[in-house]
Design a protein around this ligand. Sequence first.
Ligand code: ATP
Length: 228
Amino acid sequence: MAPRKSVLKLTSVERHYGQGETTLSILKGADFELQSGEIVALVAPSGTGKSTLLHLAGLLEHPDAGEVFVGGRSCNDLPDEQRTSIRRSEIGFVYQFHHLLPEFTAIENIMMPQLIGGLSKKEAKERAAQLLDYMRIGHRAEHRPAELSGGEQQRVAIARAVANAPRVLLADEPTGNLDPKTASYVFDALEALVRQSGLAALIATHNHDLAARMDRRVTIEGGKVVEF
Ligand SMILES: Nc1ncnc2c1ncn2[C@@H]1O[C@H](COP(=O)(O)OP(=O)(O)OP(=O)(O)O)[C@@H](O)[C@H]1O
């Protein structure tokens, strides 16, 4: 097995939102580290800051204090273009709703980030087809999102998120919209993909059965990330 490396690290991270006269402090000195090859569940009550943490980790927002490292590199003070470039090449996102482009087929949706990343059409298509097979939906390659089931749509969304071979997969309730059996099946595919590629994943979920299958479980308490 490849030696583990720190792929994502947040140190003393703070995030506060102004609400009229008052300030809502969501993260208050949160620390978190994710190593290559591990899958960590983020399970916390609604409103405690799961999405906020994922947005900071994914360089979609800046922390008010503290630092975010991706692949060992501090990203706070990098110019926006560089943050965008790191986000595109090193981080994959999956959301509760698939956000696939409706007018494109499954395979085209997976090719898109690779074409943006500079791969040729041929290379992008080959990798997309492999990922579809890996997610066991090769036979749905030419279907548009509306012609796929919820579980199939999420598997395409996961394939798209890893198409550029990122270091980190950040998922915000990726199976939240699915029935328990389908959720379990989609998680199987996601897990196999992470294990096979040495990627790391932080997955926010309310599903305790799925959380129990991950390597570690963390929650947010008093604005800090704690293991449980
Ligand atoms: N841009 C914003 N401006 C003001 N308040 C915000 C903003 N974004 C989030 N919040 C508040 O911060 C808190 C944490 O939000 P966040 O979306 O991170 O929670 P969550 O744990 O992901 O919740 P859920 O499980 O319901 O998705 C919430 O109370 C939310 O209202």
